[in-house]
Write a protein that binds this ligand. Structure first.
Ligand SMILES: [Zn+2]
Ligand SMILES: [Zn+2]
Length: 433
């Protein structure tokens, strides 16, 4: 052991002497022997870092020094120097195809893929392999996920009104055979670039790629609506329904589109009713049907659809507010509520009164107290019957419960109770008196 230690010491001295007098090859040979014998030798690693041939080896030596002595200022300084000079050498190969890159240019001349991109936030050029901009920290993403990466970039450029680069990023997606949903995102981004024709093209390609995806038809249809091209809109929804028969979302959108065209109300009502056949709880369809019917001054079906909105939607939804406003606007044209109420009530009371009178030899004074009780019962039964059938127009219950609370009585349970009591009172009057 002693001889080995002394020979290591000698070798180190010889190596340092050779390095000092510029004999690098000899110094390297001696010092490598030293670290082979004693890999914990900080001095040997430090001197070796000065005589090795590549920056990579130099980095290994200096890192070893730092491992043995974390406070070594010489090693720290040396590594910093290497760091500052390293990126230039790393950038020499394309991350996509590994071809050697020239000193300038943003695109690889071999595979024509971008190797540098402009940071959307600070405009600094950043290597494509770097996920976060070193200047401003903006997340740039992973370029291996080609299409999501460029879609994200395109969105970020457009958010900052950088239209040429936004358009460039979109072209990167389109040349890489995007999926249907990626094409849809391209379409939406092209709309932000004010390039509607290109957006139409994207949506049509998305439909071709996946004809059973409703979103593509919905977006293309909405775009034609915006562009004021009703024939194209109709064609899109019809072809969508051929692939997705009875799709309520497509039918609803088509109905909405038709309702915006003059003179297509009848067709719109037809389409919306088809939507309700497949999805009866489609609040938007009920609301629009209410509007279409009241536009045609057809207030009965209009009211029926508005009432469906009140029943189905959340109480504070915008559609409920709209429906309530529309119902209030339609009500004044309705028949006189109290008059109708009285007429209905008299109609219901006619039979029991006749029966009671017949049993009392047509003299009201001879009507027995039991018959009076039964007449009272049939009055209550008639009130319940009317209130549960003609509710929204019944001013008595509207007064008592308010227009919405009143709906609570408008159920078959109360209707049944009313009918049953009325029949009971009438039969009792006829048989017993
Ligand atoms: Zn390349
Ligand atoms: Zn940046």
């Amino acid at each position: 052991m002693l001889s080995s230690a002394s020979s290591t010491d000698d070798l180190l001295k010889q190596g340092i002497a050779a390095a000092r007098s510029g004999r690098k090859a000899e110094a390297r040979e001696k010092l490598l022997l030293v670290v082979e014998l004693d890999e914990q030798n900080e001095q040997a690693w430090l001197w070796l870092s000065g005589v090795v041939e590549s920056d990579h080896d130099r980095r290994v030596c200096l890192e070893n020094v730092l491992t043995l002595n974390p406070t070594s200022a010489v090693a720290q300084k040396g590594l910093r120097w290497l760091d500052e000079h390293a990126p230039a050498s790393q950038r020499e190969h394309c991350p996509h195809c590994h071809a050697e890159l020239p000193a300038t240019g943003n695109v690889c001349p071999a595979c024509h893929q971008p190797v540098l991109i402009s940071c959307p936030q600070c405009h600094e050029h950043v290597e494509i392999a770097i996920r976060h901009c070193p200047q401003c920290g903006t997340t740039l993403g992973d370029y291996h996920n080609h299409n999501p990466y460029y879609l994200n970039l395109a969105g970020a450029y457009l958010d900052r009104n950088n239209f040429p680069l936004g358009s460039w990023a979109l072209e990167q997606v389109i040349t890489a055979q995007p999926e249907a949903d990626e094409l849809l995102r391209c379409g939406a981004l092209y709309l932000r670039l004010d390039r509607a024709a290109r957006a139409v093209d994207m949506y049509r390609q998305a439909i071709e790629r996946d004809p059973r995806q409703a979103t593509a038809y919905l977006q293309l249809g909405a775009l034609y609506r915006q562009l004021g091209q009703p024939e194209e809109m109709r064609e899109v929804y019809q072809s969508g329904l051929r692939h997705l028969p009875g799709d309520p979302a497509l039918l609803l959108a088509w109905g909405q589109g038709l309702s915006e065209i003059g003179g297509a109300d009848h067709e719109a009502i037809d389409v919306l009713q088809r939507a309700l056949k497949h999805e009866p709880r489609l609040v938007e369809a009920h609301l629009l049907l209410g509007q279409l019917h009241s536009r045609r001054e057809d207030s009965m079906p209009a009211l029926a659809h508005y009432r469906q909105v009140l029943i189905m939607a959340e109480p504070d939804a915008a559609s409920v507010i709209e429906a309530r406003r529309a119902i209030a606007a339609l009500q004044p044209t309705q028949v006189d509520g109290w008059g109708e109420f009285t007429r209905h009530l008299l109609g219901f009371m006619l039979c029991p009164i006749c029966a009671a009178l017949a049993n009392a030899q047509l003299s009201p004074l001879k009507i027995s107290w039991a018959a009076w009780l039964l007449l009272g019962l049939s009055l209550i039964a008639s009130l319940t019957w009317i209130s549960s059938a003609d509710m929204p127009r019944n001013p008595l219950t509207v007064k008592l419960f308010g227009p919405d609370e009143a709906l609570r009585l408008h159920v078959s349970f109360w209707n049944g109770i009313g009918k049953f009591l009325w029949a009971f009172a009438f039969v009792a009057l006829v048989i017993r008196m």
